[in-house]
Ligand binder design. Structure first.
Ligand SMILES: *Cc1c(COP(=O)(O)O)cnc(C)c1O
Length: 366
């Protein structure tokens, strides 16, 4: 039986009656615009993350873009982002009119650190966006300290880290703002595009609520230039059904990751390291291996849907490297050349972990 990289059917089947009822319920009354599901989800997700405010928006990219705009980042500003991330982190900076500046990864967490960020700070640096990549929290305390010392905002990109923890605090509750994506394959996924920003800053939340709705607080009065970046009621209804299951799904991901760690011991691949005092939620189970492309083909030939997150580091993407010579960021480049995600989702079985790990060992032995 083929094993996909993610299996959305299994999760839908397990909650089908509730999900179907929620979707149909959202259509009743046709209150499709900033309605009761959106408001309820905002409260429930804020409580889940341990923050005072949540602003539901159209996507993770919107979340980052709006947080940056609300914090005042724009033309002439620089924003430090990881080279090892999904491209949207850097793209959102450009959408806000600012310039992304790329920082290298730590070899253990694969996230940016105060040490990789500090040399890049200039008088134009407006914000730093640590990404909790693959579900592993960035080392936040030194980054927060750096931000405070230099007067620079910290925006968490928690798009891969719903429910992850650092020193007992949830992802999205640590920086000035936390940005989430509910893209269908994320640990908490909607059935269309959706995202959210979390914050304890009431004024910031209010600015983002205006920005997501054409800069408006009151219908047809536009105080600032915003955009259409609202979450729709159907996505909010789906997310409300799924949110109570998130912790259980994350626990299952962690248990499967432990099973992979054990099954891959001594196989020659570098397994992801769960760092002390953090709760890794394994959005990806991303190993590092020098013969990555060959291993990917080997697994695919055996029906295993492995994937690469991500093959080209952001600082080497054509969209951003046109006119300047890109910096050399050796750790991010090493990761991009070697990283491979094995299938991991809550419905995966231990037997499938054993099977996949068996192929990985066989490949390296053969
Ligand atoms: C998915 C993702 C985004 C973008 O979210 P969308 O909802 O697809 O716009 C941003 N950053 C990271 C790290 C992501 O994984």
């Amino acid at each position: 039986m083929p094993i996909p990289l993610v299996d959305l059917v299994a999760q839908y089947e397990s909650l089908k009656p509730e999900l179907d009822a929620a979707i149909l319920g959202a259509l009743e009354g046709m209150q499709l615009y900033l309605g009761k599901n959106l408001r309820a989800f905002e409260e429930e997700f804020a409580a889940y993350c341990g923050v005072e405010h949540c602003v539901a928006v159209g996507s993770g990219t919107d979340a980052l873009h709006l947080a940056l705009r609300a914090l005042g980042a724009g033309p002439g500003d620089e924003v430090i982002v990881p080279a090892h991330t999904f491209f949207a982190t850097a793209e959102a900076v450009a959408l806000a009119g600012a310039m992304p500046v790329f920082a290298d990864a730590d070899p253990v967490t694969r996230c940016i650190t105060a040490a990789t960020v500090e040399p890049l700070i200039t008088e134009r640096t407006r914000a730093i966006i640590p990404v909790h990549i693959h579900g592993q929290m960035a080392e936040m305390a030194p980054l927060l300290d750096l931000g405070r010392r230099r007067g620079i905002a910290i925006i968490e990109d928690a798009a891969q880290a719903h429910g992850a923890e650092y020193a007992g605090k949830r992802a999205g509750s640590i920086g000035d703002a936390g940005c989430f994506s509910f893209y269908f394959s994320k640990n908490l996924g909607a059935y269309g595009e959706a995202g959210a920003v979390t914050t304890n800053d009431a004024a910031l939340a209010e600015r983002m609520r205006m920005l997501r709705d054409h800069g408006s607080r009151e219908r047809y009065r536009h105080d600032i230039i915003g955009l259409n970046a609202r979450m729709d009621e159907i996505q909010a209804a789906v997310l409300r059904v799924k949110l109570p299951h998130l912790d259980g799904w994350n626990d299952r991901r962690r248990a499967l990751a432990r099973a992979f760690d054990e099954a891959l011991e001594g196989s020659g691949v570098e397994v992801p390291q769960a760092v002390e005092a953090t709760r890794h939620v394994y959005h990806h189970y991303a190993i590092l291996t020098p013969r990555r492309d060959e291993l990917l083909d080997y697994l695919r030939e055996r029906g295993v849907g492995a994937g690469i997150h991500y093959p080209i580091p952001c600082h080497l993407q054509a969209a951003v490297s046109e006119d300047a010579a890109p910096p050399s960021l050796p750790t991010a480049e090493r990761i991009a050349a070697r990283v491979l995600s094995l299938p991991l989702y809550p419905e995966l079985t231990e037997a499938q972990v054993t099977e996949i790990a068996g192929y990985v060992r066989e490949f390296h032995a053969g």
